[in-house]
Design a protein. Structure first.
Length: 172
């Protein structure tokens, strides 16, 4: 009898695990943003669970000043950002994970590249860790209801096209 119960319990666990993985793999993440307190470049406090775009999707891009692929991604998006905003109403929030001793490098980098994004500072990587992010660049799309609906790690030239396609799907 114990053997049957153990087998049944394992089977149920495997089925639940499989269902979770299936939902995750098709983009059914649908998690809310965690409540972490970050700062803007000018020292304002922002709670991450209150980030929004007035019912429209928005993008969160994790970067660091020393991360070349991150800088290429944010620069590539900047080139088409005005068109994206006009077409879909999307906005981008860039989150620097530079450590406290390098925070003073963030604003000069943003200014140098002309990035028009809201920029938040995560010097202790609290937000990054709360989302389970291991590597950067890491990009999230949040739907108009505040749910995470897309995650992407890394950057290759042209990857921003896939990003805007995902946003367009949400605005149809």
């Amino acid at each position: 009898m114990k053997r049957i119960l153990l087998t049944a319990a394992l089977l149920i666990g495997v089925v639940q695990f499989s269902i979770f993985n299936f939902q995750f793999s098709i983009g059914g993440v649908a998690a809310q943003l965690p409540a972490i307190t970050l700062k803007t470049m000018d020292g304002q406090t922002v709670k991450t669970d209150t980030l929004n775009n007035q019912g429209k999707p928005f993008i969160i891009s994790f970067f660091a000043t020393w991360c070349k692929p991150c800088n290429r991604e944010l620069s590539a998006i900047q080139e088409v950002y005005d068109e994206w905003k006009e077409e879909t109403g999307v906005k981008l929030v860039a989150v620097s994970i530079d450590q406290a001793q390098n925070i003073n490098k963030v604003k000069p980098l943003v200014d140098e590249h002309g990035w028009e994004y809201d920029v938040l500072l995560d010097p202790n990587s609290d937000f990054r860790r709360a989302l389970g992010i291991q590597m950067i660049p890491f990009t999230l799309i949040i739907d108009g209801g505040g749910k995470i609906v897309y995650k992407h790690n890394g950057y290759t030239d042209g990857a921003e096209v896939e990003l805007i396609e995902k946003v367009r799907e949400l605005t149809k």
